[in-house]
Design a protein around this ligand. Structure first.
Ligand code: ADP
Length: 385
């Protein structure tokens, strides 16, 4: 394979040294160099900034200006190519100054050996490339962090702006509903009940968005206390049963345990699992909720008799915004955030959440939670993590 020649810009005011370097460079095997010579340092600086080349070889002694000053000037003007400084006899003490000014290496012209020069050229070019790659990566990371921060700020602002009118809408809808409840107007009561349900759905979506930005910004808050696990499960079943027309939610087992954790957040997970069971198993009429415990943990299982989830996608459904093809195709609404948020909550509460499912055989979503985490602060004290 034909090697691409390496173009070297040589800034050297001494013609003899130019000839010497040319001789050394042309003698080299396994490497091809294209040497471009400039004897005037100021023109050299211009050519550094405008001419195509891979590396600059620069003499330390350049008459009115020395090589180190030239390096400083070039670097301050954004010159990004590797620079190797050529020093004369007894000038090795300027090496540190040269590196500080922005040189990549230096070599003495005295007793110049072709293999050393070749290695220095090659290494300087490769090191510079790696340095540029690293800088590019860092600046890309910074840009993406800044973008993420902007995105989170934007979502927070949208959430806030949406929440205010929605809260007022909800209050008005509730007043209307109460009024129709009293007047016994069935038709209007049904309409306002539906209105209330839709407002609640919207509020949940907004809340999910807010949670995602909190998770990503590391700001998801937990308010922990001891609570009765079975009582929470019963409460939520009672809440969801009336709105789930098709399904009967059956309860099996008890944990008989008091758990340390954020009751609201854990309730949010249970609600999500129960709502999903009603949403994604529309052609069945049963959901079974099982609770159990051992000395260290409580376990909750929500079993539905829907289409199930293919094995290879059982992990993916916990990713943010991920929805199965079937869910996307049908009119079942959702953003694919509920399981992601649930996963984060259970993980932060030091538990584990997973799904057991066979296609066509329904799904069982499960989580376990430690009863009393070792580092739990005193009972009853609210802790924001
Ligand atoms: P959403 O319900 O808003 O889409 P989730 O994060 O709760 O978001 O669920 C992600 C996806 O996992 C759903 O879109 C659906 O495809 C799938 N899924 C969740 N629960 C079930 C279930 N019980 N049965 C079948 N698929 C489910």
């Amino acid at each position: 394979m034909e090697l691409q020649p390496t173009t070297i810009l040589l800034i050297e005011d001494d013609e003899e040294d130019y000839f010497l370097l040319r001789k050394v460079l042309t003698k080299m095997h396994n490497a091809r160099y294209n040497l471009v010579w400039e004897s005037d340092p100021m023109l050299g600086l211009q050519r550094m900034l405008t001419d195509q080349h891979d590396l600059c070889l620069l003499d330390y002694r350049l008459g009115a200006i020395n090589g180190i000053e030239l390096i400083r000037k070039a670097r301050s003007q954004g010159y990004g190519k590797p620079i190797v400084l050529l020093t004369g006899a007894n000038e090795s003490e300027i090496d540190i100054l040269a590196l500080q000014a922005g040189a990549d290496d230096y070599i003495s012209k005295e007793g110049l050996q072709e293999d050393i020069l070749r290695r220095i050229i090659r290494y300087a070019i490769e090191r510079k490339k790696a340095e540029h790659e690293r800088e590019k990566l860092i600046s890309e990371q910074l840009a993406s962090q800044a973008l993420e921060k902007k995105r989170n700020e934007f979502i927070s602002m949208v959430v806030h702006e949406l929440r205010t009118p929605l809260t007022s809408l909800k209050a008005h809808a509730q007043i209307l509903r109460k009024r129709f409840l009293l007047s016994g107007d069935e038709q209007d009561l049904r309409t306002t009940t539906r209105m209330n349900t839709q407002i609640d759905k919207l509020a949940e979506l907004i809340s999910d968005f807010q949670d995602v930005t909190r998770i990503e910004g590391g700001k998801l808050q937990f308010r922990e206390s001891y609570f009765d696990f079975d009582e929470l499960v019963s409460e939520l079943i009672e809440e969801i049963q009336p709105v789930s027309e098709k399904h009967t939610i059956l309860r099996d087992g008890e944990s008989n345990k008091t758990v340390w954790g954020d009751r609201g957040r854990i309730g949010q997970v249970i609600t999500n699992l129960l709502t999903n069971a009603t949403k994604y198993a529309p052609n069945s009429n049963r959901i079974v909720v099982r609770t159990s415990s051992d000395n260290e943990s409580v376990t909750l299982r929500v079993q539905d008799f829907g289409p199930g989830i293919p094995k290879h996608l059982q992990q993916k459904i916990f990713d943010p915004f991920y929805r199965l093809e079937e869910a996307r195709k049908t009119s079942i609404s959702g953003l694919g955030l509920g399981l992601y948020i649930s996963f984060e909550i259970i993980q932060r509460q030091e538990g584990r959440i997973w799904v057991e499912s066979e296609e066509g055989q329904g799904s069982t979503f499960c989580f376990t939670l430690p009863i009393d985490r070792a580092h739990a602060p005193e009972a009853g004290v609210e802790a924001a993590i």
